[in-house]
Design a protein around this ligand. Sequence first.
Ligand SMILES: N[C@@H](CCC(=O)N[C@@H](CS)C(=O)NCC(=O)O)C(=O)O
Length: 224
Amino acid sequence: MAAPELQLFISPGSCATAAYALLIESGLPFSTKIINVFEGFPAEALHLNPKGRVPILHVNGEIITEMPAIMMAIAQLVPDRKFLGETNMETIRCYEWFSFLSGELHTLGYYPVFRPHYFIDDQDTCKELRNRGLEKVGRYYGMIEDKIKGLHAVGDGFTAADVYLLPFYRWGIAWGFAMKEKYPKYTALIENLVQRESVKKACEIDGMEPLSADLLKLPKLLVK
Ligand SMILES: N[C@@H](CCC(=O)N[C@@H](CS)C(=O)NCC(=O)O)C(=O)O
């Protein structure tokens, strides 16, 4: 069977690193394109995703957006790798993670932190919104910590849920959360995960170590 034609659109330091790592992990050949979203999704790239978000995955001409769908698309391309777990219940647990990470932690928690101006113009209110977002993110990290039982998010092996937990951990360090001290199980999972060659390679586009506290300085490092 011919290899699928794959292209992934990513932005350094973003949530798209998770999809990038999973695609590398799949071993399939693919190309990447960078859309720098640090100051917002560029208008000239909206034709690629009118929702204005990365990651975006092209599979044989199909355009797939939204991380949970992208994770599923990658997993289906390499079913033997069991990226969605070994059993039906593990697949359900992967979806539980995806939905929580995408809908709650990313959208409700981190959007007010990174993009308070998407909600309100007033600068003081933006600051207040960011602080509320950070409080919420801290609570979500606590929930993640409670949910993690071992070195993997689901079952005893690597799944897409593990890599999806990575960008949020990295952002936590960058926003000054005491990740190691407050969330030891989450830390152990991530420290184990970043040993994988796929994850190291995916983080290389940021030009810094996977768990660098400087992640938010990226916009200054990148040439637009
Ligand atoms: N619901 C989307 C959200 C993706 C998302 O928010 N991506 C961020 C990068 S981490 C983005 O593209 N932001 C563009 C912007 O803030 O304008 C998903 O789960 O894939």
